[in-house]
Design a protein around this ligand. Structure first.
Ligand SMILES: [Zn+2]
Length: 142
């Protein structure tokens, strides 16, 4: 459940609420980062490339974050981050790299491309809590 938003509700031109709730812990503390930053960035990426974007992780409570091996300072713990895959680009590393470079161009974003696992992480930690979340953009060989 996403507060008062129904899971089958369209929350951006190419995104539905259930895509985020189904990959999150149930106790999402706030949705404002999703609507203010994360969804607009995801939609811009969708508009730029036209590929379907599949969220794989959004908010994680401490237990779920530990279970998936997330950092104890992970931006997912505050609902500041989304991980996603682009199924159309499976094994197309050059095209994934172009997506990563586009993400890097979005003002204020923190992002990573997990090159081996073929997914992306974006978060707005630097914009919301710069003292906790230093700016970074990186390609990770994981
Ligand atoms: Zn992540």
């Amino acid at each position: 459940m996403l507060g008062t938003i129904k899971s089958n509700e369209r929350i951006a031109p190419n995104f539905w609420a259930y895509e985020f709730t189904s990959v999150s812990s149930s106790d999402i503390p706030t949705l404002s980062p999703l609507f203010t930053y994360l969804l607009p960035w995801l939609q811009k990426t969708r508009d730029q490339f036209g590929y379907g974007i599949q969220p794989t992780s959004f908010y994680r409570n401490a237990i779920d974050n530990f279970r998936v091996g997330g950092s104890n300072k992970s931006a997912h713990l505050k609902a500041f981050a989304v991980d996603f895959k682009i199924p159309d680009l499976d094994n197309l590393k050059d095209k994934q790299k172009a997506v990563y470079e586009f993400l890097c161009s979005l003002p204020g974003i923190r992002c990573a491309w997990y090159k081996e696992s073929q997914f992306f992480h974006i978060d707005c930690g630097t914009l919301l809590e710069p003292e906790t979340y230093g700016a970074w953009k990186e390609i990770r060989n994981a």
